[in-house]
Design a protein around this ligand. Structure first.
Ligand SMILES: C[S@@+](CC[C@H](N)C(=O)[O-])C[C@H]1O[C@@H](n2cnc3c(N)ncnc32)[C@H](O)[C@@H]1O
Length: 263
């Protein structure tokens, strides 16, 4: 069970809450001297921090700054492949279940483009980091409205994706981005913080099963993000693909992405 290291006694109630929600046990500050990555609660929120003498790398979800802010301002809006793959238009912003949310980068891009996004994450540390990032961004003058369109469920999409009868209760789109096995997404140069994320999550070996489940749940389409040259999920050919520099979006079309009354 992962341990949570609390840096200040004033944060003990919050630490207890995280431990109860995610089943973490308590670690001690001395553990930070040990190499490897540790889950740490400080006044600036939850983070994964590298311990030991050389340790400097840190993973934290921050939607207000860094790469997320840059992509929000300069990412290319509806011209981005992810927007086209999901079927976002100026007239309609589909509802999306991001069934493999990770640290929520894609969810945040989709919410920035106007979609409502329900994110699912099953890895406890990753889910906690994402929940913490969402909580800190709530009320932020620049991204508060965006994260208000995002919600998070801690659990596996194998259980959380449940088919429903009524079309109005279905998500328009189910989005999948499972972790590959070795050399995920074809990048050999994975930064240290991303290496930490990878070693935490490991390959999503059961990802193929998610495709059928997603197809039984979505109203309009399922979108799967893959490495540029990777085989399609479950070896099932998509309706079509959008291929970028390092990624590919495989689209499994069910119906036009449009409001229900227009279909
Ligand atoms: C490659 S990462 C996703 C990255 C994400 N798209 C982003 O933009 O940050 C895959 C994530 O999906 C999660 N995952 C895989 N299978 C899942 C499932 N069945 N239910 C919920 N989460 C799952 C893994 O724990 C991992 O955090």
């Amino acid at each position: 069970m992962p341990e949570l290291i609390c840096l200040n006694a004033d944060l003990q109630p919050a630490a207890r809450q995280w431990c109860e929600t995610y089943g973490f046990s308590y670690g001690s500050k001395a553990d930070l001297q040990q190499p490897g990555f540790h889950l740490v609660l400080g006044f600036d929120g939850l983070s994964l921090q590298e311990g030991g003498k050389k340790g400097k790398a840190r993973v934290q979800v921050d939607f207000t700054a860094g790469a997320a802010a840059h992509r929000r301002k300069f990412g290319g809006g509806l011209g981005q492949d992810i927007a086209k793959a999901v079927g976002i238009s100026s007239g309609y912003k589909p509802s999306v279940i991001d069934a493999t949310a990770g640290l929520g980068r894609d969810s945040f891009v989709l919410a920035t483009l106007g979609c409502t996004v329900q994110a699912h994450e099953r890895q406890p540390v990753v889910s906690a980091l994402l929940q913490d990032g969402l909580q800190r961004a709530m009320g932020d003058p620049e991204v508060g409205d965006i994260v208000a369109r995002m919600s998070l469920k801690f659990g596996s999409s194998h259980e959380l994706l449940v088919p429903v009868e009524r079309p109005q209760d279905k998500p328009d789109v189910v989005y999948l981005d499972p972790m590959f096995g070795e050399d995920a997404k074809g990048s050999a140069q994975v930064k240290k913080d991303m290496q930490a994320f990878r070693s935490l999550v490991g390959p999503d070996l059961d990802a193929d099963d998610l495709l059928d489940r997603a197809l039984s749940v979505a109203r309009c389409r399922v979108v799967v993000k893959r490495g540029r040259k990777a085989a399609p999920l479950a070896d099932r050919a998509p309706s079509y693909s959008l291929t970028g520099k390092s990624n590919r979006f495989d689209v499994y079309a069910l119906s036009k992405v449009a409001p229900l009354e227009n279909v």
